[in-house]
Design a protein around this ligand. Sequence first.
Ligand code: DX5
Ligand code: ZN
Length: 225
Amino acid sequence: MDGVIIMIRKLASSILDVDFTCLERELRKIESGGVDLLHLDIMDGNFVPNISFGPKIVESIKRITSLPLEVHLMIEKPENHIKSFINAGGDIIIVHYETSKHLDRLIQNINDADVKSGIALNPATPLGVIEYLINKIDFLLLMTVNPGFGGQKFIPEMIDKIKKARKIIDNQKKPISLEVDGGINLDNISEVIKAGVEIIVIGQLISKSANPEITIKKIKNIMNQ
Ligand code: DX5
Ligand code: ZN
């Protein structure tokens, strides 16, 4: 089977829009559907126009789930907060290219802490900016909406960006997971998968669903077709 690359597709569920008064119950619903990762959206009201939650909540979530925690930092000066999110139990730390003046140092610091690292790119940010960093990260997260809110519309031009990112990743020696975040629904999953994505982040399609368990199963069926 020389030269055949088997891609394992994963579903990451964003808890941004779950009912936080019943967080544990909401998590159990997501877990029973069979998601692979929990995606935690950290927003500071500066880099993005919305505020979500911080390390304290991440720590509480860590205590009640065994799913890997993917921390998506949408915050200015991420270097000031990396440590607390790692200590809180983040397994994957994703920082936005647009938020750091010294991204290489930041990625090194994350890697040195023995957790997985990732870079997120806003829709308008070209892929070329990560040319000299791609081999140091484990995840490349392409935003398919402008970050800040759940429930937005997928930006169609991102399909082309996903295809280009796939080619760049396939030319690297080390495995890097290509991930998309924002506006994914039952109608566009197949196209996104076909474009070459491995991990799909989904928020409201799951959290606003009357039966998250069934919705997750439907999503995973489409992903594995
Ligand atoms: C947006 C966040 C997303 C969001 C996705 O800034 O990064 O993770 O929760 O939500 P949906 O799937 O509802 O677009
Ligand atoms: Zn996110």
